[in-house]
Every structure is written in C-alpha cells, then in structure tokens.
Design a protein around this ligand. Sequence first.
Ligand SMILES: NC(=O)c1ccc[n+]([C@@H]2O[C@H](COP(=O)([O-])OP(=O)(O)OC[C@H]3O[C@@H](n4cnc5c(N)ncnc54)[C@H](O)[C@@H]3O)[C@@H](O)[C@H]2O)c1
Length: 134
Amino acid sequence: MGILDGKVAIITGGAKGMGEAHVRRFVEEGAKVVVADLDVAGGEKLAVELGGDALFVELDVTDTSGWEAVVEQTKAAFGTVDVLVNNAGTGEQLLALLDGKGLGGITVEGEASLLDTLLSVVEKADPRFAIVIP
Ligand SMILES: NC(=O)c1ccc[n+]([C@@H]2O[C@H](COP(=O)([O-])OP(=O)(O)OC[C@H]3O[C@@H](n4cnc5c(N)ncnc54)[C@H](O)[C@@H]3O)[C@@H](O)[C@H]2O)c1
C-alpha cells in the first residue's frame, strides 16, 4: 500500500529535474500521474517508462487556455484530479521571480491566473483538491 493509492495528480514540469522526481515518487506511492510539460520527447519517454501509471500531456503553463484540456484529459484517463504539483519552471526563473522580474513568460501574476483557471475547472466536479507549489 502506498500513501497515494487511488490519488490522481497533475505534475507540471514533470518531464525533468525536480518535477520528474515528484512524478516517480508519486507513482511509487500508488498515484496515477499526468506529466504536463513543454518537453514532448522527455515527457513521453517518462510516461512510457512508467506504463499505465502515467500519461504525458503537452502543456505550456504560460498559456492558460491549455489548462482545461489537461484537466479533461486527466479525468478521461484516470477519472478525477486530486492534486496539482505546480512545479513548471526553472531555478533560474525562481530567482528572477524573487527579483520581481519574471522570465520566459512565468510571472507571479501568470501563476495566479493559472491557478484560478485550474480551480474554476476542478471545483465544478471535485471539491476535494490539493495544490503543491515547490
Ligand atoms: N532547483 C532548485 O534548487 C529549486 C529550488 C526551489 C524551487 N525550484 C522550483 O522548482 C521548479 C523546477 O526546478 P528544476 O530545477 O527541477 O527545473 P528543470 O529545469 O530541471 O526542469 C523544469 C521542467 O519544467 C518544464 N517547463 C519549463 N517551463 C515550462 C512551461 N512554461 N510549461 C510547462 N513546462 C515547463 C521544463 O520543460 C522541464 O521539464 C521550478 O519552478 C523552480 O523554480 C527549484
């Protein structure tokens, strides 16, 4: 029994780095995971390796219009969404955010808008929901 048995997570930036580590650990703990990332080759490779426990969906988190499709594809594959690990970005972008600059389209305002979009989609059907922001 894993501590995440029966849970379904969307992990943005899940194709590499810390996001990939989150994906692998979530699957080890029993979750089904949607790897949502810009990196098609890396994301698909990881999802294939993890078999039926993971699905890759291409997403640029700076384009909020893609979010509804990610949520719908997650529900179609795994039935629901329980967790968002909103990890996409890079350490370099984090430093730029802390400097108040933003980089590569990822800004504090953009992140807030992304979460609003996701919550408006998820809340309709799934009142229990967790958001993790590394
Ligand atoms: N590395 C650190 O020390 C550290 C510390 C604290 C927080 N963070 C945060 O953790 C996150 C991941 O950092 P990392 O070092 O693993 O980065 P990384 O560069 O190793 O991986 C980032 C992943 O995010 C994806 N990505 C980048 N922009 C994207 C976008 N617009 N839409 C979708 N996917 C996108 C990339 O394709 C990649 O797969 C970042 O948000 C970073 O700010 C990192």
